[in-house]
Design a protein around this ligand. Structure first.
Ligand code: ADP
Ligand code: ZN
Length: 603
């Protein structure tokens, strides 16, 4: 295994679970492999394909992605091909011949194609030994990317009884996992679940106060680097893109309301590294294979922790550091709820799933307003243990928040206001009463007569809302999940009123020093020490040209991590270059001399 991995990919070791996953394929046992994005799922089916005779059929959901995958494999000297509807009958016949002659080891197809009886007949004539189902959660209704075409995959085992079936996904929930195994009719599968932490990502959650300046602060930390800014609504995408362009950022918009051409242009520009910032709705998602995405910003809360994990997972796939910032307001939940109930731009209302969706919303809301380490919260959400006491890579552990002074008194004021309002009102109203707002809705109900009226005068709505949700997330208050959520007391509310609770409320440090570099460079990043930045930029420039000439995305040539290591090690011989991470035999032969030339010129 290691020999193949080194020869073709230039890696010196396997990642956790890769060996087991490869072993399952080699042994012909069905498998379900769950690893976070960037965990290295593809190697799990690519390595065995090289080690065995026969053809491995890879099902991949997007044609655009498929081409990049095939190009990437070819650049590593792996015999791969794709079959799609744009090929001529002549090309198809040539491909079939290659398959027959064993010249193709990995065949990429779309689920639609694999559903076609004629195609299955063709496959029957080739020696198919296994099927690799990428993004396997697309088969499940419980996942976040359901695709009806995937359902056709359930008959694979019937029609190809001798081939094994392997499912790969980054979706961690039990329900989806179970569904995948069932829908694919997996036979006694080896279930391999990786560790969900992404140590190279730094997570921050900040109350959303003033969108554009807050976003610009993040962008300034990432000059010249790639990132995605997610918005909930299309109109936010449009206005934010315009605002960024006005400030001379190289930003493009992406949402399902744009024409196919416009969307394709954004994709292509981003992929080719001609554009660095994409402002998008979640429609910009799968198929973002650019491995050097250095930041992900959410301008509002996403609709589930799964989505958040999935969307932030698009950063730092090369193992280098990346920053994920979530701008949050307690009002985000309300917007989502109304979109889920009535349908929104990119959401179909689906009453069958409403209850589950609302549960998901409450979970992500609890995460956003929570005060525990973000890495811990995410890992524990997915049912795993988090060992370190501090991650050194989140706003909480980096000390970017501070304790609210007199948290106990603040909390008591909030809880007693919920009590005075007879547990019959939502957060919005409770906040208005606490702030002592002179508004119709309060006067009408005589709530200006309550003893708790105006107890938190002088604090902003955002501030109080943040505290309310922190109390909810710590269990001192409960928010019902009805259509109009109401705040309730809980069993622990009384301990809080007696001052017996061990309570903390956090708030961002307002006069925060500019976040230093260190903060976005967690210690666990697969990266050691400084490198020659000028050389790195020269290498990047060369890579961009090379990629354009070959009509492939730059990462197919070399990843950022490889370029950084070259800029660090500055190899002057081919043998030394071959030792660098990500340089295998095929790439050494194609690019070695050129890279050595650039290194030598720079010195
Ligand atoms: P996933 O499909 O799980 O999101 P990929 O298969 O795209 O992840 O792998 C992410 C990155 O990690 C790729 O650049 C891949 O080549 C690299 N990678 C995978 N396995 C290893 C390994 N054993 N050693 C070093 N890098 C690896
Ligand atoms: Zn932390």
């Amino acid at each position: 295994m290691l020999d193949v991995v080194s020869r073709h990919w230039g890696y010196t070791s396997l990642r956790p679970l890769q060996e087991e996953a490869i072993g399952a394929v080699l042994g012909g046992r069905d498998s379900l492999v769950v690893m976070p994005t960037g965990g290295g799922k593809s190697l799990c089916y690519q390595v065995p394909a090289l080690l065995r005779g026969g053809v491995t059929v890879v099902v991949s959901p997007l044609i655009s992605l498929m081409k990049d995958q095939v190009d990437g494999l070819l650049a590593c000297g792996v015999p791969a091909a794709q079959m799609n509807s744009s090929q001529s009958p002549f090309e198809l016949r040539a491909l079939e011949r290659d398959l027959d002659e064993g010249k193709v080891k990995l065949l990429f197809v779309s689920p639609e194609r694999l559903a076609m009886p004629s195609f299955r007949q063709t496959l029957k004539k080739s020696n198919v030994i296994s099927f690799a189902i990428d993004e396997a959660h697309c088969i499940s209704h419980w996942g976040h990317d359901f695709r009806p075409e995937y359902r056709q995959l359930r008959t694979l085992h019937e029609q190809f009884p001798d081939a094994s079936v392997h499912a790969y996904t980054a979706t961690a929930t039990q329900q989806v996992r179970h569904d995948i195994a069932q829908q694919l009719a997996l036979r006694d599968p080896a279930v391999l679940v990786g560790y969900f932490d992404r140590p190279n990502l730094t997570y921050r959650v900040l109350p959303r106060v003033d969108e554009v300046p807050q976003l610009v602060e993040v962008l300034e930390r990432h000059r010249g680097e790639a990132g995605i800014v997610y918005c909930t609504r299309r109109k936010d995408v449009d206005s934010l893109t315009a605002a960024l362009k006005k400030r001379d950022y190289n930003a493009l918009a992406y949402h399902a309301g744009l024409s196919q051409d416009e969307r394709k242009k954004t994709q292509d520009e981003f992929r080719a590294e001609r554009c660095d910032i994409v402002v998008a709705t979640v429609a910009f998602g799968m198929g973002i294979d650019r491995s050097n995405v250095r930041f992900i910003v959410h301008m509002a809360m996403p609709k589930s922790v799964e989505h958040y994990q999935q969307e932030t997972g698009r950063s730092g796939r090369d193992g280098l550091e990346a920053e994920c910032v979530l701008f949050y307001s307690g009002a985000d939940v309300m917007l989502w709820k109304s979109m889920l109930e009535r349908g929104g731009e990119e959401i179909e209302p689906d009453p069958k799933f409403l209850e589950a969706s609302i549960r998901h919303l409450n979970d992500i809301n609890r995460y956003a307003s929570g005060t525990t380490c973000r890495h811990r919260a995410l890992v524990e959400y997915f049912g795993q243990k988090y060992e370190p006491s501090s991650c050194n890579a989140c706003d909480i552990c980096l000390g970017e928040t501070t304790d609210v002074p007199d948290a106990m008194v603040v909390a008591q004021k909030i809880v007693s206001c919920v009590y005075r309002l007879r547990q019959q009102f939502g957060a919005g109203h409770v906040i208005s009463v606490l702030r002592g707002e002179n508004i119709e809705r309060i006067r009408q109900r005589n709530h200006d007569q309550l003893s708790t009226y105006g107890l938190l005068k002088g604090h902003s709505r955002n501030e109080i809302r943040d505290w309310v949700y922190q109390l909810v997330s710590q269990g001192y208050l409960l928010q019902t999940s009805d259509e109009y959520p109401v705040l309730h007391l809980t069993e622990t509310s009384s301990s809080l009123m007696k001052g017996e609770a061990d309570l903390r409320l956090r708030q961002p440090i307002v006069t925060r020093k500019k976040v230093e570099q260190k903060a976005s460079r967690p210690s666990s990043v697969a990266d050691d020490g400084p490198y020659d930045r000028t050389l790195f930029e020269s290498l990047r420039k060369w890579r961009r040209g090379e990629a354009e000439e070959r009509e492939v995305p730059p990462y197919v040539i070399f990843s950022d991590r490889t370029l950084r290591e070259i800029a660090r090690a500055q190899p002057s011989t081919l043998a030394a270059l071959r030792q660098v991470y990500g340089v295998g035999d095929a790439k050494l032969e194609q690019f070695g001399a050129r890279v050595i030339g650039i290194v030598t010129d720079s010195g």
